[in-house]
Design a protein around this ligand. Structure first.
Ligand code: EPZ
Length: 422
């Protein structure tokens, strides 16, 4: 297994290009199943999760051709001969559940493995299933699979989510585009990735209103056409790299960044003593002057502070002046980076869903282990400013969500390299 070696160094400067959003692409790709016309995605990120979703779609009979080094995905679901998503693919990536709504909507049947949990939580899919039932689906859970049918097709329904679930909103939205009649999604998730999906579906001929708000109304149509869609910028990769100059000092421009993608996060950076300036090319980030100040953070569905940036923000607050409190309200087990940061000298106390971080002067490099996607990159950020060398192992977690992290960070002056272990 590969590891990444980071030597703490000085200020960073230069530009980092931000890729297309992994979490947008993972819902845009299953949308191909809704139509027999070609769907082409531009600005797709080159990540292992995208390759896993490609394999899944191909196992169903879709054609997925990766062009321009993976930045363009040309897809066609003209001949879907298989409507079963096997456990051995679904367990690798939970987003596979997002083929359920499209398969059911277009073919009236789908058999999809329950995704199971992952390191950060149990990750149930009850909200996905309730939404599809509200559209007339019959769901039979057995041997770890969802056996879904909708003999006469799905029909428009009223769906009120107990929680603004991103995935459940995406599954329901895609299914509703081909349901007979009108569907209303209440307490829908408002993430930019959902707005991006709605835009793509509309380009395919779907009738959708209210994306980005908590009430979405979808008028079902008989069939959808094809489209060519540019994937929205990845706000989580953006926020992650904004923290690099915040932690190390210097000034970095994040190409493609927009404040609107991360308003709550930018407000917290400002309170912590980090300036964010929007230019026509992206966002310029630098420390205002002197120390980083402690701030309190509570994760929430969009437009709140993103849970996917909690681990990275903790890395910044480890050397802030004062005590910070990070409250994780989305997932039940998303502080696994804390013990690893403590190996580097951080002073963190985790109680239930709250981590109390007492700032220390400096972190010290140490061998640490990545436990999940976002934890892995928080350890790299901490290593950038730590004294000495940090070796992050199990970086396969990183490859799921960050393309070319070594090239992007060394491009702005970080001392970082990838070690391939025999
Ligand atoms: C999406 O996961 C993202 N993944 C996650 O990013 C992100 O952390 C999450 O949204 C929250 O923003 C993708 O888009 C592929 P949820 P998702 O449904 O859809 C509970 C990353 O690092 N819940 O909003 O699974 C669930 O247990 C990943 O890129 C139910 O109880 O998130 C969790 O506690 C990690 N029942 C909370 O809601 C359900 O049916 C948030 O889940 C669904 C969810």
């Amino acid at each position: 297994m590969d590891s990444i070696l980071v030597k703490g160094g000085g200020a960073l400067s230069g530009q980092i290009p931000i890729a297309g959003a992994k979490n947008a692409c993972l819902t845009l790709m299953p949308a191909t199943l809704l139509s027999e016309e070609p769907l082409t995605l531009i600005n797709a990120p080159r990540l292992s999760d995208i390759r896993t979703m490609t394999q899944l779609l191909q196992s169903l009979g879709a054609e997925v051709t990766s062009l321009q080094g993976g930045q363009v995905l040309a897809m066609s679901s003209h001949d879907i001969h298989n409507r079963m998503a096997h456990y051995d693919i679904v367990r690798k990536m939970r987003a596979s559940i997002l083929v359920l709504g499209p398969l059911l909507a277009r073919f009236g049947e789908a058999v999809v493995s329950l995704p199971g949990g992952c390191a950060i939580g149990a990750r149930p899919v009850d909200l996905h299933l309730k939404a599809l039932e509200a559209m007339g689906a019959t769901l039979d859970l057995r041997d770890g699979y969802v056996h879904a049918t909708a003999k006469n097709g799905l029909k428009g329904g009223q769906v009120a989510f107990d929680f603004a679930s991103v995935g459940a909103t995406e599954n329901a939205l895609m299914a509703a585009t081909l349901a007979k009649g009108t569907t209303v999604l209440k307490n829908a998730a408002r993430e930019p990735e959902i707005v991006d999906l709605a835009r793509c579906l509309r380009a395919m001929g779907a009738r959708i209103e209210g994306e980005g708000t908590s009430v979405m109304t979808i008028e079902g149509v008989d069939r959808l056409g094809g489209a060519t869609h540019t994937v929205v910028t990845d706000r989580i990769e953006l926020g992650t790299y904004m923290l690099a100059p915040a932690i190390c000092g210097g000034e970095v421009e994040l190409l493609g960044g927009r404040i609107a993608l991360l308003e709550a996060f930018c407000e917290k950076l400002d309170a912590a003593g980090v300036s964010v300036r929007e230019t026509e090319k992206g966002l310029v980030v630098a420390r205002k002057n002197g120390d980083i100040r402690a701030v309190d953070v509570t994760t929430a569905p969009f437009p709140g502070f993103p849970t996917d940036l909690q681990a990275q923000m903790m890395a910044l607050l480890c050397t802030a002046a004062g005590t910070s409190h990070l409250e994780e309200k989305i997932f039940e087990n998303r502080f696994m980076h804390a013990p690893e940061l403590m190996r580097m000298g951080a002073n963190i106390d985790v109680h239930g869903g709250t981590a109390t971080v007492k700032g220390v002067k400096k972190l010290r490099g140490a061998p640490v282990m990545a436990t999940d996607l976002r934890a892995s990159v928080s350890l790299i950020l901490a290593g950038l400013a730590a004294e000495g060398e940090t070796r992050v192992s199990r970086v396969y977690h990183l490859d799921r969500g960050y393309e070319h992290v070594v090239a992007k960070l060394s491009g702005v002056g970080a001392n970082i390299e990838r070690i391939t272990e025999q």
